[in-house]
Design a protein around this ligand. Structure first.
Ligand code: HEC
Ligand code: HEC
Length: 468
């Protein structure tokens, strides 16, 4: 053998290892692969995937208009958008997902009622398809507004208590611990054993890409964590999907309590705005709510208040909302923060990279989302997050201490879009560091690692998360 022949062989091995791994797994600038848009500022969450066709852009625009448009009380002259309520929280999807972004808790000092923060209700037991048993008088969600002639369900009462702590270096911090209750109840007392789960409206970028992550990847995340040493043991939720009419792994909602964008959309139209569709054709009035049952229906009660085509366009719109490009990716602090994110085990749950497959409902999505290298930073699994965050309310397979790892993409732009930085399932955290300080249970070690960091490292970690 000639001595020099070994060189090209080695070079080949070296080159192929470069191609096979890190290149595509490096969280570069484009978290949504080819769908990514370069956008900052107020509209950063509102752009269509960069690689849509012209025809798809038109469908996106139609869906957008029905997402943002206010629904009106029936009977109205505009049959296409009457049917609001009888009970509701707000008049449009965009009323909570403001600019397709993140809701905030109300200013309690000014006596505001929550809009982008809703209260899920249930009583113990297992309901239809393994889901929750709704509270008998108020249903599965509290509606603080109603049309004329119908009583609103009441008001939400929120109190915050300050909880103080210190980093290992002595720097103090303060967290806000919320407490939830109700007053002015429209239909008498709630069941004594009612369970309440507060949920904030998340930003909607990339939800179609999350839907296109192969289910086998979610299961693989759980298997991988099971085989690891330590307390991190995520599990998938298993939920009933009204669009596909079968049980599926959950991906949406703070407890992965919904499997598809279609189900989530029909549920939101029905539960949050009071609009019926072919998936959920009954208004959510309970037997005790006679005024609600008697109220006029949209479309003169002859058909679902939203037709199937318009419904499909609203789903398509969300499915194709693009994740915005990352910022400051070459900043030294950001690069340092990325290392700390790995070291503190954040990346075990907030898994950076996937390659998408195809949407389970291609008629409501776009091929533009298929086979993309994406960086959402989630395992889509449920984790026990400790006492501090527990709501005590199960949701399908999720127990009262579990929450789904939320995707972190776009998190640094919430401030630009929505003018606030309230995070976690009920918006209690004021910024990324407070969000980290609420981590407990399976993520207790991560929190401890951050408590022990010096100021420079803490700032770098936050800066990295804000670059996503
Ligand atoms: C009253 C406020 C409110 C309104 C109105 C509202 N949403 Fe939401 N939305 C939420 C909350 C809260 C969640 C989280 C729900 C949960 O955890 O169960 C959510 C979750 C979602 C998600 C899942 C996102 C994710 O990543 O988990 C989608 C998609 C969505 N909403 C679409 C819509 C659409 C479409 C409409 C209009 C038909 C709408 N929403 C109206 C509050 C609202
Ligand atoms: C055991 C899994 C797990 C680990 C480890 C973990 N997280 Fe989380 N993270 C979650 C879950 C679950 C939530 C949502 C909890 C809630 O809303 O109550 C969350 C929420 C967050 C949020 C708020 C997101 C939002 O949309 O409001 C941020 C920011 C965050 N994590 C960053 C980190 C960082 C940084 C680390 C490492 C120091 C880390 N996480 C470690 C599971 C984890």
């Amino acid at each position: 053998m000639k001595p020099y022949s070994i060189i090209p062989a080695l070079a080949l091995v070296f080159a192929s290892s470069l191609i096979a791994s890190p290149a595509n797994e490096n969280p570069g600038e484009n978290p949504g692969g080819e769908t990514t848009v370069h956008a900052t500022g107020k509209n950063a969450f509102s752009f269509p995937a960069a690689n849509l066709t012209d025809e798809e852009r038109t469908r996106f625009a139609i869906g957008n208009s029905f997402f943002k448009r206010n629904w009106v009380e029936a009977p109205a002259s505009t049959k296409k958008r009457d049917g609001l309520g009888p009970h509701f929280i707000t008049r449009s999807c965009g009323g909570c997902h403001v600019l397709d972004g993140r809701g905030a808790p109300p200013d309690v000092a000014r006596g505001e009622q929550p809009v982008g923060l809703l209260m899920r209700l249930s009583v113990p037991g297992v309901g239809e398809h393994g889901g929750v048993v709704p509270e008998p008088t108020y249903g599965d969600q509290f509606n603080n507004f109603a049309v004329q002639q119908v009583r609103p369900e009441g008001k939400v009462l929120i109190r915050y208590q300050e909880v103080k702590g210190k980093f290992a270096d002595g720097t103090p911090y303060t967290l806000l611990k919320p407490d939830y209750g109700f007053r002015d109840l429209g239909y008498g007392p709630m069941a004594k054993d009612v369970m309440v789960s507060p949920r904030i409206a998340p930003q909607l970028i990339g939800v179609g890409l999350l839907e296109a992550i192969p289910g086998t990847e979610i299961l693989a995340n759980a298997e991988k964590q099971k085989a690891m040493k330590g307390p991190i043991k995520g599990m998938p939720n298993q939920v009933w999907d009204a669009y596909s009419r079968k049980m599926m792994p959950g991906r949406y909602g703070w407890k992965a309590n919904v499997a598809t964008i279609a189900h989530q959309t029909a549920g939101a139209f029905n539960g949050d705005i009071g609009i019926t569709s072919s998936l959920f054709s009954n208004e959510g009035c309970t037997p005790a709510q006679k005024d609600c049952q008697a109220a006029p229906k949209g479309n003169e009660g002859k058909a679902p208040e939203i037709d199937d085509k318009t419904f499909g366009d609203v789903v398509f719109y969300q499915a194709t909302l693009a994740p915005p490009a990352r910022r400051n990716i070459k900043d030294r602090q950001v690069l340092h923060g990325r290392k700390l994110f790995e070291q503190a085990q954040c990346a075990v749950c907030h898994r950076p990279h996937y390659v998408t497959g195809a949407s389970p409902n291609p008629e409501l999505s776009s091929k533009a989302l298929n086979n993309q290298h994406i960086f959402p930073y989630t395992d889509l699994l449920l984790h026990d997050m400790g006492d501090g965050l527990a709501d005590g309310r199960p949701d399908f397979a999720a127990n009262g201490r579990q929450w789904k790892t939320p995707a972190l993409w776009g998190i640094g732009l919430i401030k630009d879009v929505n003018g606030h930085n309230r995070l976690m399932h009920d918006g209690r955290a004021r910024g990324v560091m407070e969000a980290i300080l609420w981590h407990g249970g399976e993520s207790e070690e991560s929190r401890k690692a951050v408590l022990n960091m010096n100021r420079r490292d803490r700032e770098a970690l936050v800066k990295f998360v804000e670059s996503l």
